[in-house]
Design a protein around this ligand. Structure first.
Ligand code: AHM
Ligand code: MG
Length: 335
């Protein structure tokens, strides 16, 4: 689609026919996410103005403090998806258990489940740094018309029908894939309309940025330590540049545009790293692969991991294909 000024709404309609088994349900679902993203964007933008920043006093099930905007974003996405009656189930990083969505007549005929991290990187809100929403969509595996089950959510990332993120940054962007490349849309805040600004996004094959929390160096596996040393060596196009925002969506987004690798490895203090397979790693992995990038747990593809729990964590290496392959080489030689 080369036409200028294409809105996300138009793009969704024009691309509907290309979805496998297209019935319009997926289009409606992405439209609902678009709407909720605008509402959350509005809230995030005014975070510095009104007294809604700070901690809500709750602790999420990972034992982390929850900030008010996390709670709010969680509510907005869940409410929008429930109200529109377009999914049969929702799982959120902020909820202990999955939610079974019933329609008014109690016979939910919808076939999709949504998994969402409503506001990732929310510790950055207080300091006016970008945060994001990450979502992932699967077709349920249990029969339509029955209540959803855990197995509908515990699917390998390979089964994803769509995935995307919203980055609430200097501009707000919604980036998503339905398995036919990755497209990015920028919000015109004056009009409340997302415009296609980044068609067919692609990770450069390789890059010069490495992003990880080097403060945890002593806890990292030797393979990661060796890879960091490799990034810092003076040879060819190295040393690379270190850039770490601590907000996955923003770090990923920058690396996709400029070329780079994001790593959150396992460590001696966190056996499976920090990031969640279902809400963070799988959707980012699907986007990465669709954009000619790569996502791995250090040894093999993230999207082949068979999940066993809703809030499972997994080590994450994601970005430009050649950089992820190089990091995997180091991991293979030494743990
Ligand atoms: P969150 O889901 O609690 O916001 O945590 C996820 C975030 C990622 O966005 C970010 O990349 C990472 O945690 C940063 O963690 P750390 O502070 O340990 O480097
Ligand atoms: Mg998160």
């Amino acid at each position: 689609m080369n036409r200028k000024n294409t809105t996300l709404g138009e793009f969704i309609i024009e691309n509907q026919a290309s979805f496998q088994y297209s019935s319009g349900e997926l289009s409606k679902l992405i439209n609902a996410i678009r709407l909720a993203a605008k509402v959350v964007n509005h809230e995030v933008n005014k975070a510095g103005l009104v007294d809604i920043i700070g901690e809500a006093g709750d602790t999420n099930i990972q034992g982390e403090d929850q900030q008010k905007l996390d709670v709010l974003a969680n509510e907005k996405f869940i409410q929008t998806l429930k109200n529109r009656e377009i999914v049969c189930g929702i799982a959120s990083e902020e909820e202990d258990d999955f939610i079974s969505v019933n329609s008014n007549d109690n016979q939910n005929q919808n076939k999709y489940v949504v998994l969402i991290d409503p506001l990732d990187g929310s510790s950055n809100i207080d300091v006016n740094v970008s945060v994001g929403t990450i979502f992932s969509i699967y077709r349920r595996v249990t029969p339509i018309g029955t209540p959803v089950q855990l197995e509908d959510f515990l699917q390998p990332g390979r089964n994803q029908i769509a995935a995307g993120y919203v980055v609430y940054g200097t501009s707000t962007m919604l980036v998503y894939t339905t398995g036919d490349g990755v497209n990015g849309f920028t919000l015109n805040p004056a009009l409340g309309t997302f415009y296609l600004s980044h068609p067919q996004m692609q990770f450069p094959e390789t890059g010069r940025i490495y992003s990880l929390n080097e403060g945890n160096y002593v806890h990292f596996p030797q393979g990661v330590k060796n890879y960091i040393k490799y990034c810092q060596q003076e040879e060819g196009d190295r040393p690379y540049t270190s850039r770490y925002i601590g907000s996955l969506v923003s770090d990923f987004h920058r690396n996709m545009i400029k070329g780079g690798i994001y790593i959150y490895p396992k460590s001696s203090v966190a056996a499976e790293g920090k990031l969640r397979l279902l809400y963070e790693c799988n959707p980012m992995a699907f986007i990465a692969e669709q954009a000619n990038g790569k996502a791995s747990n250090g040894y093999s593809s993230i999207m082949d991991v068979v999940p066993t729990a809703l809030h499972q964590r997994v080590p994450f290496f994601c970005g430009s294909r050649k950089m992820v392959e190089k990091a995997e080489e180091f991991m293979a030689v030494q743990e």
